[in-house]
Design a protein around this ligand. Structure first.
Ligand SMILES: [Ca+2]
Ligand SMILES: [Ca+2]
Length: 98
């Protein structure tokens, strides 16, 4: 009995440690400056009509985006594709995102 107990405890500690690490890794990864690329991506949300671009009207719904729209529209076609949108989000000052 004593043998089983002393062997089980390090194993339990390992399982607990692994569980803690994998549980805490998620918030750490998500707290980065970039928007998380999960199922509800900000681009999909901003692209209301699902044409694959965020136009100025759609950008108006995203706080701070209108101010950086022109700068972020690299090919000047009047709309942001996914790459441009990602860069635009990086351009928005933190205090205008709230
Ligand atoms: Ca659109
Ligand atoms: Ca563009």
């Amino acid at each position: 009995m004593r043998l089983d107990r002393s062997r089980a405890q390090p194993l339990m500690a390992l399982i607990l440690a692994v569980g803690l690490v994998s549980a805490s890794a998620i918030p750490i990864a998500a707290s980065g400056r970039e928007a998380p690329l999960n199922s509800s991506s900000p681009f999909e949300k901003a692209d209301r009509n699902k044409d694959g671009y965020v136009d100025r009207g759609e950008a108006a719904a995203v706080p701070g985006l209108s101010a950086v729209f022109g700068k972020s529209d690299r090919d000047a076609d009047g709309r942001l594709d996914k790459v441009e949108y990602g860069k635009a989000l990086g351009e928005i000052p933190e205090d205008s995102k709230k």
